[in-house]
Design a protein around this ligand. Sequence first.
Ligand SMILES: [Ca+2]
Ligand SMILES: [Ca+2]
Length: 82
Amino acid sequence: MKQLFCVLCLIGATTVAYAENDFMIKLMEERFKNADKNSDNQITLEEAENGMPRVAAHFDVIDVDKNGYASLEEIKAAMAKL
Ligand SMILES: [Ca+2]
Ligand SMILES: [Ca+2]
């Protein structure tokens, strides 16, 4: 009985963690859109400094292909690593 309870605990914890992660991604997409002033789906360092300071702080790490822009995909990939 105790074991079953623990299994249920684990399932519950995983669901919460997943929902939280999903929420974080939605929040991040929202902030990305707000920060992307010219709506080209790319964030420059300047746009990041104004709208996503954490992205600006890690800009070199996030901009994997070094094109001077942080795309939503690059930010998501960086988030998964952090
Ligand atoms: Ca932009
Ligand atoms: Ca890039």
